[in-house]
Design a protein around this ligand. Sequence first.
Ligand SMILES: [Zn+2]
Length: 171
Amino acid sequence: MNSPPTPPSLLLDLVNSRIVWPDGLRDEIGDEAQARAWLRARGGTGSSEEIAGAREVRTVLVDVLRGNLEREALTPWVEVMRKKAVLEADGMEWVLDVPDRSAVGARAVEEWASLQAANGSRIRPCADPDCQHFLVDRSAANRRKWHSMEACGNRTKARRHYARTKAAVQE
Ligand SMILES: [Zn+2]
């Protein structure tokens, strides 16, 4: 069963950008040059302020999504959000107008808000306790468990199967 491709998401990329693997930490915005490229690839300027702000909001977002912090922790990014009108060739567009330091946070929090549904948040941690990834579920049921069926779904099923087999042998 294949899930539909996930559209690009700054929020999802951001909360998945820091993973502790058995062989060490992998942080996609850990060093300045890497962070600059990462942010520019996602519509940012890559300034030092923006990089610092991205790291800052990532910590808070991860804690909110894991339920370690109340959603009110996102208030500092909501409070600085403004929109300004920009003339385009074919009309006018409203774009976020926030200081560099809050630029990534404002976009990520705006996206987070759009993913809050009546049946729960569409962005949440992978159900595999050994996995640190987050997933975005845009299905109507909003019940997807694993960020990757191949990696985590099958591992969880194998673990359950093993537990059942072991229990059966011990009976
Ligand atoms: Zn996972």
